[in-house]
Ligand binder design. Structure first.
Ligand code: AMP
Length: 279
């Protein structure tokens, strides 16, 4: 596995691969790697000749500086995991490599960027757009792999790639979970064992609503989900939404394309998860 930390070296290497018609697959991460990340790498290895993965905790997508400061950083063990996963290139840029000058770009994002996470985390998706655009320009992948755990992010990145003509296919990969159902997340490392048990109720709330999916009224389903979450002590729900998977808006007229999305805090750690209700 080659470890690269400069923009110049990354562009040189990816240009060489592209010139030789090697298909490049790319998996961007913020590190503290878990099986969710590794599933994206497995998907990349299946479809590409070369797989590149990055570890970069992107400061511009954190709307709370305390969240950025406490975000888990485990570079040494991440490098071991990347090596064991069979990744060809680990790209580990510094903040100045990604942002040689302060990032002031305001991206023209998909309409859905103002909704849900966009409304709860001002500036978050603009920061995601900056880092993804820069990383795709440096790594020049044919395919890039994103988790459906961050469903809204996946959709916004797809739109970003189209609007900037970046020429990368964006692949959405299924959510990988702990045995308890808790969606794997780097942030889970910040939870106590008790906190993890509490957090498993986030997925249970989604399953509970999925069991009631014959109810077609979104508000009714949201109340069922919210009531479930509120019944769990030490769990602080932020939202429970049932929306159309395409528009991310309520659509009671055609309730056959629904996604339930949830954000909640446990022990001060903000976690998100979702489930498709119709397919
Ligand atoms: P992160 O390091 O949290 O920024 O995540 C990097 C990529 O891994 C994103 O595309 C995430 O959606 C994806 N990812 C994170 N957790 C999971 C999971 N449990 N299952 C599948 N993909 C995931």
């Amino acid at each position: 596995m080659q470890i690269i930390d400069t923009a110049f070296d990354m562009v040189e290497l990816s240009s060489k691969y592209r010139a030789n018609s090697f298909k490049i697959g790319f998996v961007p991460t913020m590190g503290a790697l878990h099986r969710g990340h590794l599933s994206l790498i497995t998907a990349s290895k299946k479809e590409n000749d070369i797989s590149v993965s990055s570890v970069f905790v992107n400061p511009t997508q954190f709307n709370e500086s305390a969240d950025y400061d406490k975000y888990p950083r485990e570079l040494e063990s991440d490098l071991h995991k990347l090596e064991a996963s069979g990744v060809d290139v680990a790209f580990i840029p510094s903040v100045t490599t990604i942002y040689p000058t302060a990032d002031t770009t305001v991206h023209k994002l998909s309409e859905i960027a103002t909704l849900i996470e966009g409304a709860h985390r001002p500036g978050h998706f603009n920061g995601v757009a900056s880092v993804v655009k820069r990383l795709l320009e440096l790594t020049q992948p044919n395919n890039a792999y994103f988790g459906l755990k961050d469903y809204q992010q996946y959709r916004i990145v797809q739109h970003l790639v189209d609007s900037y003509d970046l020429g990368t296919r964006i692949v959405g990969c299924p959510i990988v979970r702990e045995k308890s159902g808790l969606a794997m997340s780097s942030r889970n490392a910040l939870l106590s064992p008790k906190g993890k048990k509490t957090a498993a109720h986030i997925y249970k709330s989604l399953c509970h609503v999925a069991e009631n999916k014959s109810i077609k009224n979104a508000a009714e389903l949201e109340t069922i989900g919210m009531e479930y979450l509120k019944s769990i002590s030490s769990l602080e729900p932020e939202y429970f939404l049932v929306v159309d998977k395409t528009t991310l808006k309520h659509n009671n007229a055609f309730p056959n394309n629904r996604i339930a999305l949830v954000a909640a805090r446990v022990e001060g750690v903000r976690l998100i998860d979702n489930i498709f209700l119709d397919n």
